[in-house]
Ligand binder design. Structure first.
Ligand code: PMV
Length: 325
């Protein structure tokens, strides 16, 4: 019983930060994202009676910890499918891991879909999204296609993501500016637990529903300026929470700030481009597709930028027939 899935990472326009239930990964608020065409995880899972222990090969390296987040997720699937067989899991990212490009979103989405298929279970998109969420919150948004909403929900069964629009709904792109390959020192799973220590978190909680509604309105109207202003303000608010948590979380590097300043300048020069960031130093620059080349050319002139990765809105996680082993 072997299956392979490919999953996109996603960029949140309205972010998930902080949880009302840590173990179930129930977010404090709903969030809105877009799947990314060029940040992908491919994962093969095989369950076999001849395996004596779970084995994980992550980006070519064998995991040495017998218990880790991947094997914990495999246990969930084994439990749901009511099987005992051990698993071999091989997973590969086509982009840097642990630098804030949301590799856990694509990683747990691919793992969920591959493991469920390999176990013989048949789950709906909603059930796959719920299961992916238990592995990593943002992974639930990588299951459906295109532009996605994760409704926070009060229980595990009501906290899942679904598609708002297909990928071809809006011709916008995400030009990622890589400013460093440095790994972040605080993973987002630890950061979520610190969110409520920020004195500003209560304020954030109070207006999140309004932000989700506004984002959906600007998406529906395809109002790029209002949409861009909202997503940039949201990214800065998220970083205000990081900076004022106890202990503080400083994900920005000098190169990140350099790009952020330049984006404001490019806008003054008439280029419609807005930035967003997650738990890391790299910057996502959102612009209409017709400005993609201009934005890439401009970003590549910034001294601190090592590389750019251009992403279109993408479909969600799917099974493929080519296995990694
Ligand atoms: O799913 P996690 O635990 O990796 O958290 C994701 C947190 C952010 O990327 C900062 C925001 C988001 O909604 O993707």
């Amino acid at each position: 019983m072997k299956a392979t899935a490919i999953a996109p990472s996603n960029i949140a326009f309205i972010k998930y930060w902080g949880r009302k239930n840590q173990s179930l990964r129930l977010p404090e608020n709903g969030s809105i994202s877009m799947n990314l065409s060029n940040l992908q995880t491919t994962t093969t899972v095989e369950f076999n009676t001849s395996f004596i222990a779970d084995e994980v090969i992550f980006n070519g390296q064998k995991e040495t910890d017998a218990e880790n987040r991947i094997t914990d997720h495999i246990k969930r699937v084994r439990h749901m499918a009511n099987i005992q067989m051990k698993a071999k899991i091989k997973t590969e990212n086509n982009f840097p891991t642990g630098t804030g490009l949301s590799s856990s979103a694509s990683g747990f989405a691919a793992l969920t879909v591959a493991a469920v298929a390999a176990s013989g279970l048949k789950l709906s998109e909603k059930e796959l999204s719920i299961l992916a969420r238990l592995g990593s919150g943002s992974a639930c948004r990588s299951i459906p296609d295109g532009f996605v909403e994760w409704v926070d929900g009060d229980t595990s069964e009501t906290s899942f993501a679904s598609s708002l629009y297909n990928p071809d709904y809006w011709d916008i792109v995400d030009v990622i500016a890589i400013v460093s390959n440095q790994k972040k020192d605080t993973p987002s799973s630890m950061g979520h637990a610190l969110a409520s220590s920020s004195p500003f978190f209560e304020t954030r909680k109070h207006h999140m529903q309004e932000k989700v509604t506004l984002c959906k309105t600007f998406l529906a109207e395809k109002d790029f300026t209002k949409f861009g202003e909202l997503l940039e303000a949201e990214a800065l608010e998220l970083h205000a929470i990081y900076l004022t948590s106890l202990p503080s979380l400083i994900y920005l590097l000098p190169g990140s700030l350099q790009v952020m300043h330049m984006v404001k300048k490019w806008r003054q020069d008439g280029i419609p481009v807005y930035f967003t960031l997650n738990t890391g130093q790299d910057i996502h620059l959102i612009c209409p597709r017709e400005y993609q080349k201009k934005v890439v050319d401009l970003v590549e002139t910034v001294e601190s930028v090592q590389k750019t990765i251009v992403n279109e809105p993408a479909i969600g996680t799917r099974l493929i027939s080519t296995h990694l082993f």
